[in-house]
Design a protein. Structure first.
Length: 748
């Protein structure tokens, strides 16, 4: 077994990768064409040098449908790093998928689309890669993260369940998610099984969706599906299951629900114009594409069985409005597209096999390239009129409920106690709390009341409440409210984003390090993986018999000895699979490519569960705020209080939510733009510090709810280096303060 090779930032958009493939056969292109024609996914064996690291005996084939052509020099690649040598991976991925930027003069469609999608649903990472074969430059490709077991484990906390890829074989009718009977044969033209089994589960899902629609939520993650529909229809992504029975995955999670996952976004933003049943759309038809496309089409249960439900329709509109607000109403998508083009400009210019000219690359963000039905529409040429059209429709103009003042009591409840949830809501007929205590399972929905009998204040005062008895583990929750015309979520990106209610008085996993190169040594002088625990309670806890594991099928993998963790104290277990050493050493190691850690009581009841993705050397993954917050990447704080990137420890309230949307670009040469979102009116203080803690910039003002961008540095010159932006938000309601931090890198 060969250890996985870690290449930091392989999917980081700020990095342009380089892949050099070496084949002994000079006619390698002809061989790859022959393998493609055979249709059995055979591979040509060669070596790869990726960002300077050598990978031996990789398997290479061409991929794609319309993007592949044997007459082309620049065809899309599928590279299997572990084809011969097991365990040979990059950041845990054994397969690399390189798209040739076909039908996209702008070069940004796929990468920008994935970046937008990741704000609302599980979606792969993507950046750019220059590919050489036998030291000859083939061109610049998009590098899209594979939807594999690691992706499932990272996003759904399990990886062995049924997984399918939507496909379209020749001559099959254009139908999407129709029920075709109990035998699997009719489905072979539409789905490719990528797990060991699953046909029975898929057929049951399709049977329920089509024939027992009232039970759809039992077999489908409806909210994630609504986000995908909103994404595809908003951006006229017609090479997707709203139109074609392909370019998506389905994965069955631990709640026995299938989750749709977007895939292959190179023709997003209207690059594919052929609407099944209509033909090639004009620019005007794309700009005014019906947001309820396929609502009444029996061949598309993927839409018709969902949006015919009035509540789902309102949720769908709310989700689409959120994407519009975040990216399009403020023109952020165009700014981001131009920033991405700036990163790749010289590489596009040097690409000897690009499908369009360099001038086409520069122009396609704002205007069409080519003419007639095969013209590739400009991004802003499509989206600016489209957004205006959508926002003029009655469903999008209907007044939506306003959700504010979300509150929990107690703020840090003990396990197995009752919690009162409340929210002030105006303009609503119905309000619901959605909550879960296991990140791998679904949210449960329960109605909230304004009747004076559910710890909601006085009847009819606009405050809705409900009491819920919680078990163990932190609670994730969000609010949904609706009237007869519109719906609203709080936070707006729910349920992909949610609020967190930590439980008090319990021992939790507080910090882990899965790639300890030189941070801290164990008592034997070895740099081993470690897991830190923190006791949130005011009393010592004896952990004798408590259980620790990295395997959800074997939660009792290692048992704690007779050891006490003091109140508000820390305890570290070395994860080095070496029980011969004195002290706390468990019988497994952490996988730096990502896995899980489970902590249970002596009876096997799970107390805490952490799932992490690929880790970087000497960067830890810890709770912030210490002991109660969500896990974030941070500078390690071994056996001491977890801190933010600049060591500030502001008190963060229970309803802490993400305000920072990022810095674009980051790293940057001259200036970057900080973007943040306020869900309600607030007093905002934004400060920037250098690495020594010296304040170099500050802004303070009262702002209404909305999305804001701030340029940094503004009209000043500062030296290259690392900076930290600190955002403090003080809500006018209840005078609560929330804080977030963001790392910035200025290059010269």
């Amino acid at each position: 077994m060969v250890a996985a090779v870690a290449i930091a930032g392989f999917y980081d958009l700020n990095q342009i990768n380089e892949i050099r493939l070496y084949f002994d056969q000079p006619n390698w292109d002809e061989i790859l064409d022959s393998l493609y024609a055979a249709g059995e996914e055979g591979r040509l064996i060669g070596d790869a040098v990726i960002n300077g690291r050598r990978f031996d005996s990789v398997g290479v084939r061409y991929k794609g449908k319309s993007s592949y052509n044997p007459a082309r020099r620049k065809n899309p690649f599928n590279i299997k790093l572990d084809y011969i040598i097991a365990g040979q991976t990059i950041e845990g991925h054994g397969t690399l998928r390189l798209a040739n930027v076909y039908k996209d003069p702008s070069f940004v469609r796929e990468v920008l689309s994935y970046e937008i999608a990741r704000n609302y649903m599980p979606a792969g990472r993507a950046n750019f890669t220059n590919i050489y074969v036998n030291d000859t430059l083939i061109g610049l490709y998009t590098n899209c993260e594979d939807v594999d077991k690691l992706f499932m484990r990272t996003n759904f906390y399990c990886d062995e369940n049924a997984r399918f890829k939507g496909q379209m074989k020749d001559s099959v009718p254009m139908i999407v998610w129709k029920y075709l009977g109990q035998e699997s044969t009719p489905y072979l033209g539409y789905y490719e099984l990528e797990s060991d089994s699953g046909w029975n589960q898929l057929i049951n899902f399709l049977d329920t969706l089509n024939n027992h629609t009232l039970h759809t939520e039992q077999v489908l993650n409806v909210d994630q599906h609504l986000w995908m529909l909103a994404f595809d229809i908003l951006m006229v992504n017609l090479d997707a299951p709203i139109n074609m029975p392909q370019n998506f995955y389905l994965y069955r999670d631990a709640s026995a629900r299938f989750n749709p996952i977007i895939w292959d976004l190179n023709e997003n933003f209207g690059a594919f114009r052929d609407l099944v049943g209509t033909g090639q759309l004009t620019l005007s038809q794309m700009q005014q594409l019906n947001p309820f496309l396929r609502l009444n089409d029996p061949n598309y249960p993927i839409v018709s069985k969902i949006l015919s439900n009035p509540r789902y329709r309102r949720m769908f509109v709310a989700h689409m409005k959120s994407i519009i607000s975040d990216w399009f109403a403020n023109n952020r998508y165009q700014e981001r597209a131009e920033e991405i083009q700036g990163l790749i400009d010289s590489y596009v210019r040097a690409d000897p096999n690009k499908f369009y000219t360099y001038n086409d690359f520069l122009n396609n963000i704002t205007r069409s390239v080519g003419s007639g039905p095969l013209a590739i529409v400009g991004l802003t040429e499509l989206m600016n009129p489209r957004v205006n059209f959508l926002l003029s429709l009655p469903d999008f103009q209907a007044p939506a409920p306003v959700i504010e003042d979300v509150f929990c009591s107690p703020a840090q409840p003990a396990p197995n106690t009752t919690v009162d949830f409340s929210a002030r809501v105006t303009g609503s007929d119905s309000v619901f709390l959605n909550y879960r205590q296991n990140p791998g399972l679904k949210f449960y929905r329960t109605r909230m009341f304004d009747d004076g009998q559910h710890n909601d204040g006085a009847a009819g005062d606009g405050v809705y409440g409900v009491s819920v008895r919680l078990g163990t583990g932190e609670c994730h929750y969000y609010i949904y409210a609706e009237n007869s015309s519109a719906g609203s979520f709080y936070p707006e990106r729910a349920e992909h984003e949610f609020l967190v209610l930590p439980l008090a008085g319990q021992v939790v996993i507080n910090e882990i390090m899965a790639d300890n190169v030189r941070t801290v040594q164990d008592p034997n002088g070895e740099y081993d993986d470690w897991i830190e625990f923190y006791n949130n309670s005011s009393a010592p806890v004896n952990l004798d018999g408590y259980l620790l594991s990295d395997d959800s099928l074997d939660f009792a993998k290692w048992s704690f000895p007779d050891v006490v963790i003091p109140p508000q104290g820390y305890l570290v277990v070395w994860a080095d699979n070496d029980l011969s050493q004195p002290g706390l050493h468990c019988n497994f190691q952490l996988n730096r490519q990502g896995e899980q850690v489970l902590f249970s009581d002596p009876d096997g009841r799970r107390l805490d569960w952490v799932v992490f993705g690929p880790q970087s050397a000497d960067i830890s993954f810890g709770r912030y705020p210490n002991g109660t917050g969500q896990f974030i990447l941070m500078d390690p704080t071994f056996m001491r209080e977890n801190a933010s990137g600049i060591g500030m420890n502001e008190q963060v309230a229970v309803e802490r939510r993400r305000f920072f949307q990022g810095a674009f670009p980051n790293p940057f040469r001259d200036a970057t733009v900080l973007c943040y979102i306020l869900p309600v009116n607030a007093e905002v203080e934004l400060k920037v510090f250098d690495v020594s803690g010296r304040q170099v910039w500050v802004s303070k003002e009262n702002l209404p709810r909305g999305t804001y961008t701030v340029k940094f540095p503004y009209e000043q010159v500062i030296p290259a280096g690392v900076y930290f932006a600190h955002l403090q938000v003080r809500y006018n309601v209840r005078n609560e303060v929330f804080s977030e931090n963001l790392k910035l890198i200025l290059t010269k």
